[in-house]
Design a binder for this molecule. Structure first.
Ligand code: GLN
Length: 191
């Protein structure tokens, strides 16, 4: 079963896209909104949406989901995809911000709101490994400044890293739930 962390942000968009992708790619898994620890039962893949990483992290720590997700992920019982704010929560190291407690699943350094104010939001064609040309939507996106250890770069815009993978964990700084292209979900299902 696929879970969508439903604390704040692009929850319903991810929920709908994951349902469509599950059908389209024939994995036929159900999708469930995850609000509390008990909702995690039976979840083997989890999506962490974009939104506000400070809020998502604060509530997740408070209601016990944080510990549960870290535990399941460390036992290899969970594949996790973090998008935009969700990607911040995947990082071992958040640069210049100690308000966000990340799950620390990927060996990367990430910087919040790194694309600058004048470019808070933009769209661009990017090249993604395993996908090819992809139309990506960036909204106050963070930037992956360093990917090391077992972290592998899957996508860049110019020389900036925007998507990575480490084992069963994936992080992307854009919003796959906002376009009709479901191929990012396919990559997630393949983790
Ligand atoms: N700027 C947000 C943060 O730092 C992320 C933006 C988004 O998810 N669209 O949490």
């Amino acid at each position: 079963m696929i879970g969508v962390l439903a604390i704040q942000g692009d929850v319903s968009e991810h929920y709908e896209a994951a349902k469509r992708a599950s059908k389209e790619y024939g994995i036929d898994e159900e999708v469930r909104l995850v609000r509390r620890p008990k909702d995690m039962e039976g979840i083997t893949r989890l999506i962490i949406p974009g939104g506000e990483s400070t809020t998502i992290s604060r509530i997740m720590v408070k209601n016990g989901l944080y510990d549960l997700i870290v535990d399941k992920a460390s036992k290899n019982e969970l594949a996790v995809m973090g998008t935009c704010a969700g990607s911040i929560l995947m990082a071992k190291n958040i640069l210049d911000d100690d308000r966000v407690k990340s799950l620390g699943l990927i060996d990367m350094d990430i910087r919040r709101n790194a694309f600058g104010r004048q470019k808070d939001s933009f769209e661009a064609y990017v090249e993604i490994e395993g996908i090819g040309k992809y139309h990506a939507v960036f909204i106050r996106a963070p930037l992956i400044e360093r990917c090391h250890g077992d972290c592998r770069v899957l996508g860049k815009i110019e020389d900036r890293i925007i998507m990575v993978r480490q084992g069963r964990f994936m992080a992307l700084v854009f919003h796959p739930e906002l376009t009709d292209d479901l191929r990012i979900y396919r990559e997630f299902f393949n983790l």
